[in-house]
Write a protein that binds this ligand. Sequence first.
Ligand SMILES: Cc1cc2nc3c(=O)[nH]c(=O)nc-3n(C[C@H](O)[C@H](O)[C@H](O)COP(=O)(O)OP(=O)(O)OC[C@H]3O[C@@H](n4cnc5c(N)ncnc54)[C@H](O)[C@@H]3O)c2cc1C
Length: 381
Amino acid sequence: MNKVDVLVVGAGVIGLAIAREFAMAGREVVIAECQVNAGTGTSARNSGVIHAGIYYPTGSKKAQWCVRGRHLLYEYVERHHVAHRRIEKLIVAAHGEADRLEALYQTGIANGVDDLVMLTGDQARGLEPAIDCDLAIHSPSTGIIDVHELMHALLGDAQAHGAMLAVGSRCARAERVGSVWQVEVSDTAAVSDTLVTCDVLINAAGLDAIALARNIQGLGADHIPPMCFAKGNYARLQGRSPFSRLIYPVPVPGGLGTHLTIDMGGQAQFGPDVQWLDAPTAEQIQRGLINAFDYSVDETRLERFARDVRTWWPGLPDGALTVGYAGVRPKLVGPGQPAADFMVQGPRDHDLPGLVNLFGMESPGLTSCLAIAQAVRGLVE
Ligand SMILES: Cc1cc2nc3c(=O)[nH]c(=O)nc-3n(C[C@H](O)[C@H](O)[C@H](O)COP(=O)(O)OP(=O)(O)OC[C@H]3O[C@@H](n4cnc5c(N)ncnc54)[C@H](O)[C@@H]3O)c2cc1C
């Protein structure tokens, strides 16, 4: 793979969607993934929710790509028989939160989520009898998906159009030499380095995208955002959930509040919460962040989960929660700052031909992946 047309760094759901997009447009694509398998990063540690697009500021990339991405994703998963369910969602509020719920509803409508319905507490209880709320938003187009099946389908499509996946291949640095990119790729098993030349270099390295960008020669420091990370812990519900839809409270700073999601196997879980992490050390960054974080969930967090959940489900039985899994959000801003948009930089931003960096690809990155892929191709073609 010493000379390729398009090199995509990172085989998460976004990297795979981008690889598919370029491969289907007839480009020669290689996906370099430093782990031994594709799809073991943040794409394997999320809620698996197909978001409607309600939360994000109108006109933001998150709003546009989530709404467009949701349409594209439903169409894709129906065509490719990827396991998913239009499970629906309620966003619930107590009386004192009515203004915030109304604002959320208006944002959703402005974002193009045209099927939202405001419900009274009684109407919400008609759908979900165990809920305690004064008002709710009903989102019929929220769904859940088997993310691994999705990634498998995206990779299959890309490979069917000639793309190659190189696992155990870490992209360490890149520089512009003449009219191409020269990328140093190390074989993580053999500890040997290869120089790969490409016309288009896509940095979709997820948690490591900023670390890689720091090693792209010629990319100005003003184009490299700060690294911030927020862990999202989940608590599992033992026993049967009384809810058949996803239930969310009104959002909190940094996250969507302690909500209930249900996976494709029917397991109900609460979270993710927001736990800001210390800045990684230089050694952790060097090793790669996917393996640097501690993904275990501290049992002492369960008490807080139970307290939050009981604000909208007072009937949560004592001792019903147990520790679940965790994921880490690549954030572009720290605690207390307003939420940042996705940052996807192409040649018009940094003046480097053929280079696209994707930073801060937190939620709704899964929902948006197909729309992001189209936008990324648009940036270099
Ligand atoms: C707790 C949590 C819950 C979420 N829930 C949802 C949700 O319900 N719905 C939704 O739409 N979104 C959700 N998201 C967001 C979604 O999971 C992400 O946007 C998406 O998975 C990011 O995909 P990615 O391909 O950018 O990153 P990743 O999946 O992390 O992939 C990046 C890949 O790059 C590889 N890599 C890194 N560095 C290198 C290198 N130097 N060389 C080669 N390979 C490298 C990594 O090994 C990894 O495989 C959630 C996120 C979190 C953290």
